[in-house]
Design a protein around this ligand. Structure first.
Ligand SMILES: NC(=O)C1=CN([C@@H]2O[C@H](COP(=O)(O)OP(=O)(O)OC[C@H]3O[C@@H](n4cnc5c(N)ncnc54)[C@H](O)[C@@H]3O)[C@@H](O)[C@H]2O)C=CC1
Ligand SMILES: O=C(O)[C@@H]1CCC=N1
Length: 282
């Protein structure tokens, strides 16, 4: 599948869609083939300046969104879950029949997406993460009823510029979201906590922040090497009866793995709750 001629439109371009956009442009898709819509003119100017793409903004979002989808082959929806239904209604009259609609919105089901679009529109539900910005994302894709193998191949090829692409059944998306969608925040949270721990141990706050940040980033680099295994890498740091062992023993005694599992469960449950809230609104 050749994505060379693909015209791509981002509807809503905040933190997640800009990360995807950055990855895809770095992967070589010409900026001239990319359009985005945003609400605020200042944000539009910032995106034009940073990426050289066409950005439509204005008080009348509906018009901007309809104009932006008119010539699109692929449309990536990146507004908050609560805004998706209204957006679908706005764009439906202007959407080319063959355009592939990819939604990255958490908790918005394929059923909801398909119900808001013309019958037969190829639709994909996706769960990306922000490391897409540097080509190190993980993104899941799940096929709607009219998404063919060719549709999925096109989406996979486009998104592969942002990192790893995995195809999952839709009933796993909330779990994917709890691990990799939200996961970068867990890693940043770890870096924040490590920095605070260093300060408690007497380090200068600036130094402690640098140590924590570079350590989490360095560990991430090691994990990104082919065949890397987190357990083996951890063991490589943990000398028998040494300092790391003392730390890990404390983490285990405090059931840190259980805390992380409960956090991930809360994320997945919140996704299901949002899905129910959105369905109740219809
Ligand atoms: N931030 C993340 O790490 C991830 C976010 N997501 C999903 O991505 C979506 C966006 O999240 P964020 O980027 O974090 O939010 P955000 O608030 O940074 O971005 C949303 C953008 O859409 C714009 N917008 C809203 N309604 C619009 C409309 N009708 N027309 C044009 N633009 C409109 C907003 O002005 C804003 O710039 C959400 O549905 C979220 O569930 C999914 C995976 C990870
Ligand atoms: O926090 C959220 O709802 C979104 C979905 C996954 C990451 N961010």
């Amino acid at each position: 599948m050749d994505t060379g001629e693909t015209h791509l439109t981002f509807l809503g371009c905040g933190s997640m869609n800009e990360a995807i956009l950055s990855g895809i442009l770095a992967g070589g898709l010409p900026a001239a083939q990319v359009t985005a819509t945003v609400r605020r003119p200042e944000r539009a100017a910032e995106l034009r300046e940073r990426h050289g793409i066409t950005v439509l903004a204005g008080n009348d979002d509906a018009e901007a969104n309809r104009t932006a989808v008119a010539g699109a082959d692929v449309v990536i929806i990146g507004v908050k879950p609560v805004g998706v239904a209204a957006l679908l209604e706005e764009i439906s009259p202007a959407l080319p029949g063959g355009a592939v609609v990819i939604s990255v919105a958490a908790a918005v089901s394929l059923e909801m997406l398909e119900a808001g679009l013309p019958a037969g529109q190829p639709v994909i539900r996706s769960m990306p993460n922000t490391p897409s910005k540097v080509g190190r994302g993980v993104v899941s894709i799940s096929a709607g009823t009219s998404a063919t193998e060719a549709t999925m191949a096109l989406a996979a090829e486009l998104l592969s510029a942002t990192g790893r692409v995995v195809q999952v059944p839709e009933d796993q998306v909330d779990a994917v979201s709890a691990v990799s969608g939200s996961g970068p925040a867990y890693a940043f949270y770890l870096a924040e906590a490590m920095a605070r721990a260093g300060v408690e141990l007497g380090l200068d706050p600036e130094l402690s922040t640098v140590l924590a940040r570079d350590t989490v980033a360095g560990a991430g680099y090691m994990l990104a090497e082919p065949g890397a295994d987190a357990t083996a890498l951890r063991r490589g740091v943990t000398s028998p009866n040494g300092t790391t062992e003392a730390a890990i023993r404390t983490f285990d005694e405090q059931d840190l793995p259980g805390v992380i599992a409960r956090g991930a469960r809360a994320a997945a449950e919140r996704a299901a709750e949002i899905t129910a809230e959105l369905s109740a609104k219809k």
